[in-house]
Design a protein around this ligand. Structure first.
Ligand SMILES: Cc1ncc(COP(=O)(O)O)c(C=O)c1O
Length: 386
């Protein structure tokens, strides 16, 4: 009997390998310095690693509770109370997920029904659109313009309709490196208060904020947090992106729905990592408070090392990304420029147009500075000569 190979009809026909994987592969092939994908080239806290090894050796190797290990949820509740003046309920509001990515997917899947409209701001992180598409939602994108990437609130209000179900925002913002202030949340609230619209607030860079006012969380907004899902990532906070542990905080009725998705997507996140993270939060509660200074030093080192070159740098208020305008150097489109930069000049970056659905006419690239000082110096030397 011959077996015929079947080709499924794609539910995401326009999606290929992400630009992040492509650029990292190209960087490896050409031995370029990789400032494309957003991950540190240094290790996370030793203590966290030791606690992971400890819990594995101590036999904490079976399923964790579906919502997350209790000690970790307790530590998250305390941290949230200290940071945002709001203490979520340990049992009803906090769900530990397989990275922020799973939290985003679970929230979108739980909230968006076929035909619902979802508003996001372009450039936008690449995991939102496929999740909305798989739920049958219709994405309405608002283009943010460089250099400040501010929201045109009149355009936002004009997009609202009875079908609008969800607004997805991200602050500090990848890739623009801008941040929202509490005033932005006030305007958002005024715009949606009378409608049944939920908010998904992607705050994975909450501890990498250089703005003097600090990070504005949706959780600090008393009305908005009643209809919001706030998403965090331990991968970003502890320089351990490979651990893929994150969490989300949402009111009970929303959490109940997103947990129905989480339950059958992963069921539970790996136990020893959760226990180790709970230990870390208890033992070194100030660790994440030092992050703005830690990354500010790297940002400033990189900016200083780039001085004298022809890249024009945009303001960086948060995240570990820096945007650079290359229009003084090349007339190439941004994808071709990044390929040329990697293969000919030995530095890999991400073109900004890949975060946008509509044509993005600007000549901007994103450089990741979550790297050791020596890596940043070496990359800057090459970029200064362009
Ligand atoms: C804006 C944004 N959201 C979510 C994520 C995913 O986080 P995690 O690695 O915890 O899934 C990232 C990772 O780069 C990100 O930049």
């Amino acid at each position: 009997m011959t077996h015929q190979r079947l080709t499924p009809q794609s539910k995401l026909p326009n999606l290929g390998t992400t630009i992040f994987s492509q650029m990292s592969a190209l960087a490896q092939q050409h031995q370029a310095i990789n400032l494309s994908q957003g991950f540190p080239d240094f290790d996370g806290p030793r203590y966290l690693q030791e606690r992971l090894a400890h819990h594995v050796a101590a036999g904490a190797n079976q399923y964790a509770p579906m919502t997350g290990v209790l000690a970790l949820r307790q530590a998250i509740a305390e941290k949230t109370g200290a940071l945002y003046g709001y203490s979520p309920d340990v049992d009803d509001d906090i769900t530990v997920t397989a990275g922020a990515t799973e939290a985003l997917y679970a929230a979108i899947t739980a909230l968006v029904r076929p035909g619902d409209e979802v508003i996001c701001f372009d450039p936008s992180y690449d995991s939102y659109a496929p999740a909305v598409a798989l739920s049958g939602g219709v994405l309405k994108r608002i283009a943010l313009q460089p250099p400040h990437f501010g929201v045109d609130w009149d355009a936002f209000k004009a997009l609202l309709s009875d079908k609008t179900r969800l607004v997805i925002l991200n602050t500090p913002h990848n890739p623009s490196a801008t941040v929202w202030h509490s005033a932005n949340f006030d305007v958002l609230w005024q715009a949606i208060a009378e409608r049944e619209i939920y908010v998904l607030s992607d705050e994975v860079y909450e501890h990498i904020c250089f703005d003097p006012q600090g990070h504005a969380s949706v959780l600090a907004h008393p009305q908005l947090r009643e209809r919001a899902v706030a998403v965090s990532s331990f991968g970003k906070t502890y320089h351990m992106t490979g651990w893929k542990v994150g969490y989300c905080i949402a009111p009970p009725m929303i959490s109940a729905e997103l947990r129905k998705v989480h339950q059958y997507l992963t069921f539970a996140v790996n136990t020893p990592a959760q226990l180790a993270l709970a230990d870390m939060l208890r033992a070194e509660p100030d660790h994440y408070r030092q992050l703005p200074e830690f990354y500010r030093e790297r940002r400033d080192l990189f900016i200083n090392a780039l001085k004298g070159g022809r890249l024009e740098l945009l303001p960086c208020e948060g995240t570990y990304f820096l945007l650079a305008d290359y229009s003084a150097i090349s007339g190439l489109d941004d994808v071709s420029f990044c390929q040329w930069l990697t293969t000919e000049k030995g530095v890999a970056a991400i073109p900004l147009s890949v975060f946008c659905a509509d044509p993005f006419p600007h000549k901007l690239i994103r450089l990741c500075f979550a790297k050791q000082p020596s890596t940043l110096q070496a990359a800057a030397e090459r970029l200064r000569c362009l």
